[in-house]
Design a protein around this ligand. Structure first.
Ligand SMILES: Cc1cc2nc3c(=O)[nH]c(=O)nc-3n(C[C@H](O)[C@H](O)[C@H](O)COP(=O)(O)O)c2cc1C
Length: 232
């Protein structure tokens, strides 16, 4: 066995311990929560797709009502167009009639967001950050008049029911390398820069690292842990 294999194995073992702790800690029982899953992955055979299935199964077991936004299946257009940007400025000034100028799918997503007490985002890390679909969701849906409003120059969530966000990602990079070398854009731009900024502070991130290098048992254990977390 090469040094590289040994070091991968040690890192996966450590990561497994950390993930186990974090999934268990965050499984502390809450009451039933209306949960909205926001998902992107274009491939049905992906690990993200397996995560989606266990999260849905866990929620069902736990008696949590669940809705899903599947960005790929919905054919979501992630690009912010001129009319969207115009509406962004107008809605930022409180001109709610500009909601009618938004992509109709955004208005359907708005209803689901208003219903949700918890959001679970599931997506792969691409080029160290969110894939375009999920980035477009943030750009076009975490939007003034949709997810937040301006109050005294500050952003404030208008999703009155939403109490908690869980972000689940997959990547092949070790956790330390993702943070120390690549700057951890999920923590910086999504957890702090988006959710915390609009006033949602109960936002956690479960990062499944080195997914490709992990063996089948490890991957199966991660899935079991996630199913259990959401069934509590
Ligand atoms: C376009 C593209 C870019 C990717 N970029 C990264 C990356 O920057 N870092 C990384 O660790 N993995 C990267 N990956 C690997 C994915 O994160 C990988 O698909 C994932 O870890 C395995 O989960 P999945 O089966 O759900 O895709 C990339 C994959 C694709 C297709």
């Amino acid at each position: 066995m090469s040094d590289k294999d040994t070091s991968w194995k040690a890192q996966i073992k450590e990561h497994k311990r950390e993930i186990g702790k974090s999934i268990a800690l965050k499984s502390a029982k809450r009451t039933d929560m209306k949960t909205l899953i926001i998902y992107t992955h274009p491939h049905e055979g992906s690990y993200c797709s397996a995560i989606l299935k266990v999260v849905q199964r866990g929620l069902k077991k736990g008696g949590h009502a669940c809705k899903i936004i599947n960005l790929d299946k919905d054919g979501f257009d992630p690009v912010m167009r001129t009319k969207d940007l115009k509406a962004f400025a107008e809605l930022g000034r409180g001109m709610t009639e500009s909601l009618m100028d938004l992509d109709p799918i955004v208005l359907r997503y708005k209803k689901k967001l208003e219903w949700a007490e918890r959001i679970v985002m599931i997506f792969p890390i691409w080029w160290m950050t969110l894939p375009a679909m999920m980035k477009g969701f943030v750009d076009k849906v975490i939007f003034p008049g949709v997810a937040y409003e301006m109050e005294d120059g500050r952003l404030r969530s208008r999703l009155r029911n939403l109490r908690q966000v869980t972000v689940i990602t997959t990547m092949n990079t070790p956790a330390e390398v993702y943070s120390d070398i690549f700057g951890n854009s999920i923590e910086g731009s999504l957890i702090k820069g988006t959710f915390n900024q609009i006033g949602i502070h109960d936002a956690e991130w479960i990062s499944l690292n080195m997914v490709k290098q992990a063996d089948d048992n490890t991957r199966a254990e991660w899935l079991e842990g996630l199913e259990k977390k959401f069934s509590d």
